[in-house]
Design a protein around this ligand. Structure first.
Ligand SMILES: [Cu+2]
Length: 210
């Protein structure tokens, strides 16, 4: 696949995701169809984002969400979409390097104080959300994973890694939501998924607290 098509597919996927999230904003009932249009039958991976494009592994999969966070959470809310590309639900276990995964936080800037992060896993794989401090001058995506495929979590401010529940757990399974509320001082943070190889596969984004 050439780079242009791949980028177009990713852009389309992100655009659809953004629209879907906007459409769902504030609702406690996300419904089952928002992310599942066109992909409910036969377990095909080609969702609405990929319709008419290349099919196959170019498409981010969108699992319908099966649970919702509380309708009211403290402080500012940051909505985080977790996703991955994959052919089938059989793609479990350790993700190889080079897999296409995404972590998109909206908004990317929030005021200091209480911040509730709501992480929705629309991928096939299990994911998580960890809030790490970002040193002055450092760029996101520059941490070097260890031999275990994970980055150092020293200084972590918290995480959402439970399915349909708050706080830490065994991971946010496909189609579920995890959330956490933390108090953040002004500064820069890096939101990451720190399951094996997921950071290297692109699951990070900066969060600015003003
Ligand atoms: Cu992940």
């Amino acid at each position: 696949m050439n780079t242009f098509i791949r980028r177009a597919a990713v852009a389309a996927a992100v655009a659809v995701l953004t629209i879907s999230l906007t459409a769902c904003g504030g609702s406690t009932d996300t419904g089952s169809g928002q992310y599942g249009q066109g992909m409910m039958g036969g377990g095909t991976v080609a969702g609405s984002a990929g319709a008419g494009m290349m099919g196959g592994d170019s498409d981010y999969h969108y699992s319908p969400l099966t649970c919702s966070p509380p309708s009211s959470l403290p402080g500012s809310t940051v909505t985080v979409a977790l996703g991955d590309m994959g052919m089938t639900q059989m793609m479990s276990g350790t993700a190889p390097l080079g897999s296409h995964m995404m972590l998109r936080a909206t908004p990317a800037t929030v005021p200091a104080g209480q911040v509730s992060l709501v992480a929705s896993n629309m991928g096939w794989r299990t994911h998580e959300l960890v809030i790490l401090p970002l040193d002055s001058g450092a760029l996101v995506g520059q941490r070097v994973p260890g031999p275990d495929g994970k980055v150092d979590e020293t200084g972590s401010l918290g995480e959402a890694s439970a399915s349909c529940a708050e706080g830490s757990g065994d991971g946010i399974t496909a189609g579920t939501v995890g959330w956490t509320t933390v108090t953040l001082a002004p500064g820069r943070y890096e939101l990451v998924c720190n399951l094996e190889n997921h950071y290297a596969d692109g699951m990070y984004q900066e969060l600015v607290v003003t």
